[in-house]
Ligand binder design. Structure first.
Ligand code: KG4
Ligand code: ZN
Length: 432
């Protein structure tokens, strides 16, 4: 962020934001003190969706309903030392006198959360189980509530939005609707215990690589975004997930493929004397690498993996790939992805005279991709900004950071009981 913004974050006036993210299969809540995530928790549903090889929106919604209150209680435990609840029964068993929520507010909460399969009961029980003193300290320690309103799966987004609206009414706080993709960009601003990364200079280019997005963004200054390139079909994370499926690896496929690719590299790349014939057992295309624009295409790569497996099995008369062959294919897949991502990003950096490169989204958890961009930016004298690994995949701290930036800039947010507040809705296809 700009130095002005940083200077405004002095101790006395550090804004505090509670942030909620439910756009896909992670239920995430964070409590931000300025750019520092004082507490952030992520409950991932990946194992549940693994069975289906992808995320089912209504299953994701049901899981968010189940997990939002327990995750909120983890955050409130970290910050206010309020007991953790794992399910609704525990909250019920706690004496609920004096009640923190009056009948009028309770009716409102029931109306807002009415469509969310019992979330009203879970939230009301939990809030009423908190001592009145603790309730007041929560109320006095939050300046605004930030929530993802898109892009993402609409049923999943809705749960988070309704939950955030309910909390905004209970604690009487403004609501800041946040774009999930802006969250991925801003994730690089998180302050941790390690020294803060160098200042981001503009113009900057952001490369967003996740399960749903592959975009190059030109950033003139914070909040001024122009998409200059995007995938014309599959997102890069999606290509990882689909290729993994073809290799018989579980969902999410990114980390699985990258583990195999790591083995391939340690055998064939770091060892320069290696002459093994299996180094390039497979050859995959680098789709659109020479196209004049800044767009990407990954569905061809996924199809090429399918044909490579089929042709190889046929030629060798095998039923399935050996583990060495899988390693080799995963290695070549990752090389192809890296070649394309680096080539297009390099083109964008040159065309826009960028001084900084920001990379966000789940795929930048990948070590080899990180390394490739370290090399690129060093060669081009451009500063590189990537999130800490635990903030690469979906989380609420990144949503809170955008909320903090908006709050500092004087964005009022949507005030409970106003038309703007009531009108806030999920926007599955929201763009930057
Ligand atoms: O940003 P994210 O958590 O969710 C979306 O907004 O999509 O990104 C999830 C994507 C998945 O496709 C997952 O396979 C991919 O990020 N991913 C990785 C790695 N870790 C997660 N891809 C490659 N290498 C990784 N280490
Ligand atoms: Zn994401």
């Amino acid at each position: 962020m700009s130095s002005d913004g940083n200077n405004n974050l002095n101790k006395g006036s550090t804004p505090r934001i509670l942030a909620i993210e439910t756009s896909c299969d992670e239920t995430a809540i964070a409590y931000m003190q300025g750019l520092h995530a004082a507490s952030h928790h992520v409950h991932t549903q990946a194992a549940l969706h693994a069975e289906f090889g992808g995320v089912f929106p209504n299953l994701a919604k049901r899981e968010h309903v189940k997990n939002l209150v327990p995750v909120l209680s983890l955050v409130f435990h970290d910050i206010f030392n309020i007991p953790v609840v794992h399910n609704s029964k525990e909250a019920h068993s706690t004496p609920d006198i004096p009640k923190n929520i009056n009948p009028e507010v309770e009716a409102e909460i029931r109306e807002i959360l009415g469509r969310e399969q019992g979330l009203d009961e879970l939230l009301l029980s939990y809030i009423n189980s908190i001592s009145h003193e603790d309730f007041e300290s929560v109320q006095n320690s939050i300046d605004a509530i930030a929530v993802t309103f898109g892009p993402g799966l609409e049923p999943a987004l809705w749960v988070g939005i309704s939950f955030a609206k309910a909390l905004a009414i209970i604690f009487n706080k403004p609501l800041l609707p946040i774009n999930h993709m802006e969250g991925h960009i801003a994730s690089v601003l998180a302050e941790s215990t390690t020294p803060h990364q160098s200042e981001i200079q503009f113009p900057a280019i952001a490369l967003l690589i996740s399960g749903g997005h592959t975009e190059l963004v030109h950033i003139e200054s914070w909040h001024q975004y122009a998409i200059i390139g995007a995938t014309v079909d599959d997102a890069v994370g999606e290509a990882y997930d689909k290729a993994a499926r073809q290799l018989g690896l579980p969902y999410p496929g990114g980390p699985e493929i990258s583990k195999l690719a790591e083995i391939w590299r340690s055998k064939h790349i770091s060892n320069n004397t290696d002459t093994a014939t299996s180094k390039y057992l497979f050859n995959l295309p680098r789709p659109m690498i020479h196209s004049k624009d800044l767009n990407f295409s990954f569905s061809g790569l996924k199809t090429a993996v399918l044909y490579a497996i089929r042709d190889h099995l046929k030629a060798q008369g095998q039923q399935e790939l050996s583990s060495d062959e899988k390693i080799s294919l995963a290695g070549e897949f990752e090389e192809a992805v890296i070649d394309v991502l680096v080539a297009k990003t390099k083109k964008a950096l040159n065309e826009y005279g960028a001084k900084s490169l920001i990379i966000g989204g789940g795929v930048i958890a990948n070590t080899a991709i990180r390394k490739a961009f370290e090399t690129l930016t060093t060669e081009h004298h451009v500063s590189l900004h990537v999130p800490e690994k635990n903030l690469s995949t979906d989380n609420a701290a990144m949503i809170g950071i955008v909320g903090i930036l908006q709050y500092i800039q004087g964005v009022q947010g949507r005030i409970p009981h106003t038309q703007a507040f009531n009108d806030l809705h999920a926007e599955g296809n929201l763009s930057l």
